[in-house]
Design a protein around this ligand. Sequence first.
Ligand SMILES: *Cc1c(COP(=O)(O)O)cnc(C)c1O
Length: 369
Amino acid sequence: MSAHRIPFMSLIPGDDAADVRQAIDRVIARGWFVLGPEVSAFEEEFASASGAARAVGVGTGTDAIALILRALDIGPGDEVITSPLSAAYSALAVIMAGARPVFADIDPLRMTIDPDRIADLVGPRTRAILPVHLYGQPADMAAIARVAARYNLAIVEDACQAHLATAGGRPVGTIGIAGAFSFYPTKNLGALGDGGAVVTNDAALADRVARLRNGGQTDRYHHQEPGINSRLDDIQAAILRARLPRLRGWTERRRALAARYRSRLAGAPVELLPERDPGHVYHLFVVRTGERPALQAHLAAHGIETLIHYPVSIPRQPALAGQDPGQCPVAARVCGEILSLPLHPALRDDEVDEIAAAVHTFQPRTVVS
Ligand SMILES: *Cc1c(COP(=O)(O)O)cnc(C)c1O
């Protein structure tokens, strides 16, 4: 529990609590807990909500990315170009698949991978581009698709922060060959534990992911290829089914809160990230300042909890040291300036006003340019 008066978020079920409990009870009463009827029903419902032909439930968003790559036969000896500013799991998933992540620096305003930098990094081993729809804002998919077409690369979308988002009007996850979603509890659609899904319009790819997530089995105890154990469980699937009908309303609420932040923060001593696509679903509301530690302390003194997504760019993580990750100076600089303000569907308008007012009273030592 946060001691802050306005915590960053709360994971305790709210208006959906009764439905969530009923979903859990239904699964317990049935006694089928892994890859059962709730998982199949959720896969159909999530595919439909995401505008995709198929969805395959898996254990985590990280696994979803790694399983898509494996199902595309991308592995040892191959390179995947991805973003240096993301949850490190984006790149760790590439490593899990046996491939090497190569980092193209970000667009300094959109914060997603810069399509021009991608082209600079394509080499004979490059097989795919893994853009991340960071903070709920889609990457520049039109430009990324042009680069992918020119070099014959697959596009695998990390949509772990972008449930129901659209890029140029098209649902994320369906623009590339497949998309990965996470249902980690803090995500826009969260479970009460870990969960993930792959969405795709490619039936053969969906079938291969479904096989790989379950040990590579074709029939029970017949393993066609060395898959992994990354199954979605029925309690999580039932909880996600209870929440999915609310997701559109929650997303609209996030957008309304973000719009309120934008208007209330006009003239405040922070930089706002531009909304480059109306399909943005505001997983996070991030501001920039050259004086982040002071701003974070100022807000904490006003009882407002903030977080940093992310304090270290992925190429600079010690875990990547063996991968020759290259330099991404824009991402490295941005990591020192970004601050996430509270944003979740249960946040009230007056809380946004209070947070914005506290930001206005922050006195930076230097002027933000
Ligand atoms: C959460 C997240 C992941 C990993 O998802 P898990 O379900 O935690 O494995 C990957 N990429 C991004 C952008 C994320 O936000």
